[in-house]
Write a protein that binds this ligand. Sequence first.
Ligand code: ADP
Ligand code: ADP
Ligand code: ZN
Length: 214
Amino acid sequence: MNIILLGPPGAGKGTQAGLLEDKFDMVQLSTGDMLRAAVKAQTEVGKKAKAVMDAGELVSDAIVSGIIGDRLDELGPDKGVIFDGYPRTAAQAHALDEILSERGRKLDHVIEIAVDEDALVDRITGRYTCANCNAGYHDRHKKPSTEGVCDVCGSTEFKRRPDDNEDTVRTRMTEYRGKTAPILPIYEERNIVSRVDGMGGIEEVSDALNAILS
Ligand code: ADP
Ligand code: ADP
Ligand code: ZN
């Protein structure tokens, strides 16, 4: 099974992709996570991407499609994949079609997670992750069960993304509305789009996704 989780920044794509990985034995491919790793490692891709990401704009289609193709090759043919944050433009959607067909894969579902803009700002400005294992948390909606200690790995170090501030979030939302939401019709024509209400709690959204995929 190969699926795309589509939704604005902060909709809960990464959170839900993590839950789906465990439940369906699939692999999450997040271009945002891959780009942040490249920035940290100061690779050529990372050096090109950093300023663009800090501004909340989109990294070039060629770069992100290149890293997605490379990751699929590393994975081999049998693992199901959850695309999280990719594709984000029509050019990326068309590149993904080629990337998948070259590797004998097909898209089974495109699931849009819908969330109001005010809630997105709240979600993004409260977001943080474990500095060791990258587990996701939120100041109000998803606290670790022991304050200051990661539930998954026990680390006490956490981090926040430099682009998770209100100004940059507005740019990211504009990019989503202008470039990413318009790719939905490509998939609607193929009858593979479903929508879930992302305004509910994490469990509720997860139940809605499981119902679509089971
Ligand atoms: P995305 O990958 O779409 O940008 P995340 O999964 O990182 O979004 O979620 C953004 C923030 O909102 C995180 O801090 C996460 O813990 C929190 N969050 C995710 N889903 C929900 C939800 N259904 N209700 C409340 N908070 C949520
Ligand atoms: P969020 O889910 O909160 O929007 P991501 O982690 O998916 O954030 O992406 C963070 C940043 O990385 C984006 O604002 C953009 O600069 C860059 N990025 C990630 N994925 C893509 C992509 N598919 N195309 C272009 N830029 C991307
Ligand atoms: Zn951790």
